[in-house]
Write a protein of this length. Sequence first.
Length: 294
Amino acid sequence: MSGYAWVDGAVIPRDEARISIDDFAVRYGVACFETMLARGGRVFRLSAHLDRLEDGLRAMGVEAPDRAILERAVDETLAANGLTAPQIGASVRLTVTAGSGHIPALNAAAAPSVIVTTDPLPPLPAPPRLRVVSTRIDAHRPLRGAKTSQFLPYLLARAEGRAAGADDAVLLNHDGAIVEAATANLFVLRDGTLHTPTLDDGPLPGVTRAALIEVARSLDVPVVERTIGLDDVAQAEAILLTSSIAGIVSAASLVAAPPEAPSHLDWSTRDPEPPLISRLVEGYESLIRDSCEP
């Protein structure tokens, strides 16, 4: 864990960071956040992350801090933690709360807090084992396009998956359609085409999700955004997960307990991985280099 954080206008030691007990993030979980990839001190697709953050805050009735302040906060936190040298990768977490107040009404909150933390990138994950869990995502929930601090359903889903021996959870909506993993968007590779849940079914509109779609289309790989059921993945060549920190990761296996189907898909013994996946990963890495390298 890096030693410094940016809190409300200043870089301070991370273990000295404080937030009001009356902040709406504490009282009601009212805040938006973005987890972002930085390389060489530059955040990949920072504008897209800030667009989503601002849209979420606006939907909460919160006036977002000036974008220049947010950009400065990110830059200063990366610099304070020594994460700006070329080729150094970092995880950046930017949180903006609704502000503080004593009345349970959004217009009663004032002075939003801005918090930025940065950490070195963790090691690349092994191909994750996935498990379909009982937690359901409401495709029509408020602020479904925002990353909010009301993250408990995803934490519960991941805990359920890990209790069953998996590394991550796959969540369905109330109609039984695949939505996403607990901390990643999901793609199914089948017959040379990428299939991913339509935003109408409830997944977060991930920045890395959008980047993979862009890369695939630049490589003339068809991408279909549609409703995906568990029966659709029975013949999958691969399941790909996308997130800002892990990038593009192939799943090792997927398990769904009865009465769901399929019951068990296993790609862990596959050798080699489909070459198309390598092309997609290389294309994504090229996007990062073009964005982050001087």
